[in-house]
Design a protein around this ligand. Structure first.
Ligand SMILES: Cc1cc2nc3c(=O)[nH]c(=O)nc-3n(C[C@H](O)[C@H](O)[C@H](O)COP(=O)(O)OP(=O)(O)OC[C@H]3O[C@@H](n4cnc5c(N)ncnc54)[C@H](O)[C@@H]3O)c2cc1C
Length: 556
């Protein structure tokens, strides 16, 4: 039950109370005979802006106590720009600042993992874990679960442009889909959200808070920044941490295992700080090599995104909804009555589309935002308008996470190498043209203003490419930096054990070998759900298939 200052000895020590860490801590401590310590660099994250879904935009676009707010190194294919990289800090991790889209990716993504030799990671293997985690407000079915901790609600009614977007996409000839996580991903449709009764359903709210006070075997140590895994004779035995630079270093010990769930930038950082990584890189920083694991920190993949901006001729977008005194009133109404625009994030519909007919699954995702959104919302909108974001779902570009120094408080060097592969920008360019076609449809006639960016005059490939390179930003889905693989070079195996050290696993978004076609919170939660069974010595849930649209069928 404790939320303590720490030290001590536990069966499992988990680093990072984010999307994966909260799930693991909660599931492992269901067994009263297992003791668990959950270390988190940040605090409790139990404040209005975190819990009120509309508060997200105030948290994710600047550095604050819930956001690490990293920057990438200069991106060669983006004119040398350094891109902002928000990451959640504190209980719930990135699920406490994210946009709450509930998306799983495509069935084929997981079957591809299995086809590389990762037994147990095919769609039929992971579906039961997606379902176990979920409490779908619309009820369970072949694809959706009921009764799980993660509440998933439909988009709220009352925001007309969200429907207009879906109608226009259908008029443009694209399919409509009822549930992006169900029978057919392809098409335009409504998003489901991890929101419960108007409150953000982070993994802290879903998995941790409801059980913490009733479990004497679960200890959360907040403000505990881990600096190193303690490895003795090839076995991970504990973790060193401190409350901040210059503060005393403490140790916590694990009888059974240490688990890193610090996310796609900081799990590889912690491995490297612990001497697990490419030997030549470690030697340059005088870090004693514990395991020469050349792929730690490589294989970084992220969704790079750009937003096409349009004016709106009616006062129905966020600009008008929040104009003048209305913005503070939203917070006050939410606090006093729990009602109003604060109950949701203003991103309710979108699409998964193919930029080329012959593809076996959608290769771009579209997010329709009921506001003009530039630079993560840091450029204040001065008029009504909407933004249609697009990102290539399975980018070819691969980047790295490296250490800047041996100092655990220094940010890692994040180099996603965005748009260094030609198909990624081709995909974005084609999808901008698809978006223009959708907005040209009849459904938008009563709302369509001018195209603000890139601007209707920007037509040629080279004009669009130049604009994309000037404006593209992350969609916040880094993965792959501690990839799981059946091959010996992969830093972790299919059970997420770190190769070369016993008693150490990495369980979070960093283990995904390839980026899945969608947002990454639900897949990260699924990974932690599945591994919690392994750690408790329970058999995995039986594989369970669900029908998938004929032309998206998985080739086995
Ligand atoms: C702004 C934003 C919007 C997003 N929107 C969506 C969305 O709408 N839908 C979706 O599906 N996905 C979204 N994502 C992505 C999704 O939230 C992440 O993929 C997911 O939360 C990753 O989970 P994780 O467990 O790997 O890491 P995290 O949830 O980031 O957790 C890592 C935790 O480890 C802690 N930590 C790090 N280093 C240390 C250390 N040295 N010592 C102790 N603790 C440490 C961190 O503080 C953090 O709490 C978004 C992400 C962001 C940032």
């Amino acid at each position: 039950m404790a939320d303590t200052q720490g030290g001590g000895r536990f069966d499992f020590v988990i680093v990072g109370a984010g999307s994966a860490g909260c799930v693991l801590a909660s599931r492992l401590s269901e067994d009263p005979s297992i003791t668990v310590a959950l270390l988190e660099a940040g605090g409790h994250n139990d404040k209005l802006l975190v819990n009120m879904p509309a508060g997200a935009s105030q948290l994710f676009n600047n550095k604050n106590d819930t956001n690490w707010a990293f920057d990438t190194v200069a991106q060669e294919a983006l004119g040398g720009r350094r891109l902002f990289q928000p990451r959640g800090r504190g209980w719930g991790g990135s699920s406490s600042i994210n946009a709450m889209m509930y998306i799983r990716g495509h069935a084929r993504d997981y079957d591809q993992w299995r086809q590389t030799g990762l037994t147990g990671w095919g769609y039929a293997d992971v579906l039961p874990y997606f379902k176990r985690s979920q409490n779908n407000e619309n009820g369970g079915d072949a694809w959706n679960g009921e009764g799980g901790p993660l509440h998933v609600s439909p988009s709220p009614p009352g925001y007309p442009l969200q429907k207009v977007f879906i109608q226009a996409a259908v008029q443009a000839g694209y399919p409509q889909t009822r549930d992006f996580n169900g029978y057919q991903q392809e098409g335009a449709g409504p998003y489901s959200l991890t929101i419960k009764d108007g409150k953000r359903w982070s993994t802290a709210n879903a998995y941790l808070r409801p059980v913490l006070s009733a479990r004497p075997n679960l200890t959360v140590i907040s403000n505990a920044h881990a600096g190193r895994v303690i490895v003795e004779n090839g076995v991970a035995v504990g973790v060193e941490y401190s409350a901040g630079p210059g503060k005393p270093v403490q140790s916590v010990y694990a009888n059974r295992e240490v688990i890193l769930s610090a996310g796609a930038f900081q799990s590889p950082q912690l491995l490297l700080l612990s001497g697990i990584g490419p030997a030549d890189e470690l030697k340059k920083l005088d870090i004693p090599v514990v395991v020469d694991s050349p792929d730690v920190g490589s294989n970084l993949q992220d969704h790079i995104d750009c937003g096409v901006l349009y004016g709106c001729t009616k006062p129905i977008t966020l600009y008008s909804l929040l104009k003048g005194h209305r913005q503070p009133m939203v917070g006050i109404e939410y606090m006093l009555r729990g009602t109003g625009h604060g109950r949701t994030i203003h991103l309710h519909s979108g699409a998964f589309l193919k930029t080329r007919g012959e593809l076996d699954r959608p290769d771009v995702q579209i997010h329709f935002v009921n506001a003009l959104m530039r630079d993560h919302g840091r450029v204040k909108a001065e008029s009504d308008g909407f933004t249609i974001h697009t990102c290539p779902l399975r980018p070819d570009s691969r980047g790295t996470v490296k250490l800047a120094s041996r100092n655990p408080f220094e940010s890692p060097l994040i180099d996603p190498r965005y748009l260094t592969e030609p198909n990624d920008i081709r995909c974005m360019r084609d999808s901008i043209r698809m978006i223009r076609d959708i907005v040209a449809q009849h459904a938008f006639d009563n709302y369509r203003g001018d195209e603000i960016a890139p601007g209707a005059h920007m037509r040629t490939d080279s004009e669009l490419d130049a604009w994309i390179r000037q404006t593209a930003e992350t969609l916040y889905h880094p993965v792959g930096t501690v990839r799981m693989g059946a091959d010996e070079k992969a830093p972790v195996d299919g059970d997420l054990r770190v190769r070369g050290v016993s008693g150490l696993r990495v369980i979070d978004a960093s283990v995904m070998p390839t980026l899945i076609g969608g947002n990454t919170n639900a897949p990260t939660i699924m990974i932690a759900e599945k591994l919690s069974d392994k750690l408790r010595g329970k058999p995995f849930l039986p594989a369970q298939d669900a029908p998938i649209a004929e032309d998206e069928k998985v080739a086995v």
